[in-house]
Design a binder for this molecule. Sequence first.
Ligand code: FAD
Length: 317
Amino acid sequence: MSILIYAESAEGKFKKVAFELASYAKKIAESTGTTVTALTINAGDVSELGKYGVDKVLKVNNDKLANFTAKAYADAIKQAAEKEGAKIVILSSTTDSLYTAPLVAVSLNAGYASNVVALPLSTSPFQVKRNAFSNKAFNITQIDTDVKVLAIGKNSFGLVESNGAAAAEDFAPSISDADFGVKVQSVEKGSGKVTIADADVVVSGGRGLKGPENWGMIEELAAVLGAATACSKPVSDLGWRPHSEHVGQTGKPVATNLYIAIGISGAIQHIAGVNSSKVKVAINSDPEAPFFKVADYGVVGDAFQVVPALIEKLKAF
Ligand code: FAD
């Protein structure tokens, strides 16, 4: 049984999830006596992967794959899995990989489990624990097909460093023009220096901030914490912030180490998308705001007083 991970990168640099997947796969490899191969697509320097347990890297460099295209990426992953004889193929739960993973599973005739949140409970039979019902419950899923495809939830598994060095090999999968029926033509970056997908800390603002002109303090707090900025759905619907920042059930899922919700009531659809964050902090002037029911820490107060005071304290730290 060999294991293939797809190590995601952006602009030639690995995303943190690539190292999480490597660490996760290495643990399975150690317990089952096999090796970990990583597929990279236009990733630049791949040596870092060895530090997280990858034994071998299949490097794809192909201008056609410069922008993410689900079918083409799925084809590359499928061919890498076949070349390596991989029995477990592991992707992350980023938006891109959640498009790709089911296509990979279908093409390999494999069983597929998404939102996996822990190491397999057993490898024979193969059983994994998954988040279900917008992270309100877990289920145990058994995959009985020869090849298994998993999508691992972000921050479900910490980084584990090992002393290894990965051997790199060029790999040129045959990508058909038919794979580009739907093609991303260009990518426009959202605001914020840190992307929500890569962030360990997210500072998120809601309608309680009254208007886009008040986002300066949210951006400042995010800058002090090295955090990404996010917002509730109405805020992006109103055009106060870009849609790329909308988090929740119908927006981006957030599973960070720290999520700070400022002037966000905590509607069920918002909580559903951010509940997997390890520590949740709410700042809200209404002590009855539902967010306080799920928050680990809460500040009842006016955001326009609390946030500047918090920034000042953090800067003095
Ligand atoms: P509000 O509910 O208006 O809350 C504003 C909060 O700010 C209040 O709690 C108030 O007490 C507080 N406040 C006011 N002034 C201050 C102040 N000075 N200082 C501190 N606090 C203050 N929403 C999402 O966010 N993400 C989703 O993915 C999403 N998907 C949805 C899908 C469906 C099908 C539906 C029906 C709704 C969805 N929603 C989603 C909308 C959701 O139901 C809520 O309407 C929304 O989350 C509320 O946004 P909010 O908390 O910013 O605004």
